[in-house]
Write a protein that binds this ligand. Sequence first.
Ligand code: SAH
Length: 249
Amino acid sequence: MKKNIKPRLFAKQLLQEGILWQPDDAQTHYLLNVLRLRLEDEIKVFDGQSGEYIGQICDIGKKSCSIKILQKIREMSHCPDVWLLFAPVKKDKTDFIIAGATELGVAKILPVMTERTIAERVKKERFEAQVIEAAEQCRRLDIPQILEPQPIKKLLQSWPQERILYFMDETGNGGDIQTVFQKATSAGAAVLVGPEGGFSEAELQLLRSASFAKGVSMGKRILRAETAVLSALACWQAICGDWIEGERK
Ligand code: SAH
């Protein structure tokens, strides 16, 4: 391992300088057996609440280790307030969506069940482990929140009216993505992508009649659900989010 690139781990507890932190079993295995770190080696640790720290291995047991939290190196910051709503697809593609959305800086992930959603059982715990891993790698300081899957109708009924829901409409009836996003006025937003089979006619009608929803087109070519998710989020970050110079410290 290159010692100048410090591994970065998420701690499920509030950190502060001077305290000791015990990585969980998987993290300990990664540090000691995969990376083969030793006493006094340094890593980066973040807690999703207070920022990021340098930590140093100060004790190694048989199957455990302790990290001394030395110094805060980044103050807490949050990703822009955009949510992703997506219909779970096959397992490996859903994994790709979860990791990609985390890297693209979503604040919240809401799996939605639509008429044509064909998904293997959705496991929230699995998603949670994936967002943590992606957040560790991409250096974001907060962890996106994941909600339990909900039927689309129920979600629309209890939708916070002030948040615009941009639904990706492959029928060509939405506004073009650049124009729609440039007109965004609300602080928070959400992006909805349909399942592989597309939205049903009834779902499209429901979305089109909702005052808070706006249809968006991403051109003539039909994208796979996972491509659509990443494309929509990338456009949102470029036009309304934090893809501006100086944001990456
Ligand atoms: N089976 C459908 C395609 C579904 S694609 C068909 O053949 O018509 C899966 C989802 O990706 C869609 O529900 C939509 O939300 C999004 N999507 C794909 N291509 C898109 C495009 N060109 N514009 C807007 N949304 C798109």
